[in-house]
Design a protein. Sequence first.
Length: 159
Amino acid sequence: MSTTSVYGTGSGSTIDSLINQPAPTTIGNTTLGQNDFLKLLTTEMQNQDPTKPVDNTQMVAQLAQFSALQETTNLANAFQSFQSTFSVTQMAGFIGKSVTVESSSGGQNGGSLLSGIVGKIEVQNGKPYFTMTDSKGNVITDSRGNPALFAPTQIVTVG
């Protein structure tokens, strides 16, 4: 398949080379997306040599590649959302159960062990965290007096 230069003959940049990169493509602080692709396509059409027009099949192929890339990105986002929802749902099953967690400071293996009852679940950046109450029913707090949040990966034992 031949490629057509975006900014005219000899520039070296092609829509094909941008499409065939993993999405999203990041250059510096900029992410190339659908609008960038359409701008490139428009520029390509405006700057094509009238004596050598772009092959319609090539343009359709480029649009199909971009569409497939966009759907793959949508699928990845949907899977990430599913994964987050599944993690929260799975963690909800621990509410009211006794767990032992490894805290993030001190003790053997870099942390000390804390036991308590799983309280509420909070979601931050798509990941579940939970609070715990001690044997007296008091919420376990961090050094600032806020309810301590624990990640499911910190659970050492259940029950």
